[in-house]
Design a protein around this ligand. Structure first.
Ligand SMILES: [Zn+2]
Length: 340
């Protein structure tokens, strides 16, 4: 009697265990998974003893086997905040293999930090060069770039620094080289990469000139670069009156995960209202150690801290690299965070 009762039960359990082993994907440990199915077998024996087809395991091809059309979507967008001393210089590797340089820092020397960076990264050409505004801590290093590299396109603000002749000497050189020059207007989108959105929020597209530092700063080309679920806002040396105008015009469209802090951390940039619109998770200050301006200012750092942004500085942290993406969203299906 006991045998009649026990044998079918034992057989059923053995079948359940075998079925459970079958449905275990090969990359799961049977030690971990089998008890779950065995437990399920006790609850629902009839379902388990029915022959179970192993579930189809999604075919996950290695990155090298992706079709060509998906390659650029699987690549990362890399942003480097180059430690160039007291100045600004950012280098972007686009997912499609092209590259962008925003400003060139304060040195045109062949042994400058920018020159060393470009050599170390085996850069031979630059597809897109942006001059945010004509102050020498932003454009002087571009002389080295145009003297030594092939540049595809140059984006310029139409502000002439009346206090300097060297900004126009650089512009003359660029024109003589035959480089394609564009003066983007606020609202324009830049066709850099079909998977990347690059939108201009500020610039001076109409010809003007000034010797006022503030006027020149406020003609800075401001660009938000967005890729997959992350974005970076490049602000040049924009000051707070333009920040306020952008908040009025664009509002939450300014939101960005990463903020290149305006004007090296000046107290006249990075206002509370601007930070409330941008909501940066990370903030990067391009600034030289021991600079004469007291940058970054306590006021700016305090506002960034109050906004909850994590601050990185090129004077104390050196050149920073940030990456967005790097895998096909259809495979990962999750937000892609910046990495350090
Ligand atoms: Zn500057």
């Amino acid at each position: 009697m006991a045998d009649k009762v026990l044998r079918p039960a034992i057989n059923a359990l053995l079948k359940a265990a075998a079925a459970a082993f079958l449905v275990c994907p090969p990359f799961f440990s049977p030690v971990l998974v089998t008890p779950l199915y065995a437990g399920a077998a006790l609850d629902s024996l009839n379902e388990i003893i029915t022959p179970v087809e192993p579930p189809a395991v999604p075919a996950v091809a290695p990155p090298s086997a992706y079709p060509a059309a998906s390659v650029s979507a699987a690549r990362a967008l890399n942003v480097y905040f180059i430690s160039v001393g007291q100045g600004d210089c950012e280098y972007i590797e686009l997912p499609n293999g092209k590259n962008v340089l925003i400003d060139g820092g304060p040195s045109d020397s062949a042994d400058s930090p920018l020159a060393e960076f470009l050599a170390r990264h085996n850069v031979t050409k630059i597809d897109y060069v942006v001059l945010s505004h004509p102050h020498s801590d932003h454009y002087k290093g571009l002389r080295y770039v145009f003297n030594n590299f092939t540049v595809g396109n140059f984006y310029d603000t139409r502000m002439d620094n009346a206090g300097s002749a060297t900004d126009n000497a650089l512009r003359d050189q660029i024109r003589d080289l035959g480089v394609n020059v564009t003066y983007p207007a606020p609202g324009d989108t830049l066709d850099w990469d079909s998977n990347v959105q690059a939108k201009v929020f500020n610039s001076c597209p109409a010809s003007t000139q000034s010797s006022s530092g503030r006027d020149i700063n406020n003609c800075s080309i401001v660009i938000k670069v967005a890729y997959q679920h992350s974005s970076v806002l490049f602000t040049g040396d924009m000051e707070n009156e333009v920040e306020s105008a952008l908040v009025s015009t664009y509002g939450s469209e300014l939101q960005a995960d990463v903020l290149k802090v305006g004007h090296h951390g000046s107290k006249y940039s990075t206002s509370e209202a601007f930070l409330a619109a941008v909501k940066p998770h990370d903030a990067y200050i391009s600034v030289g150690a021991g600079n004469n301006y007291g940058f970054p200012t306590f006021a700016c750092l305090s506002r960034l801290q109050a906004a909850g942004a994590t601050v990185y500085r090129t004077d104390t942290d050196g050149t920073q690299k940030y990456s967005s993406g790097g895998a096909s969203p259809s495979l990962t299906g999750q937000a892609l965070a910046f990495m350090r």
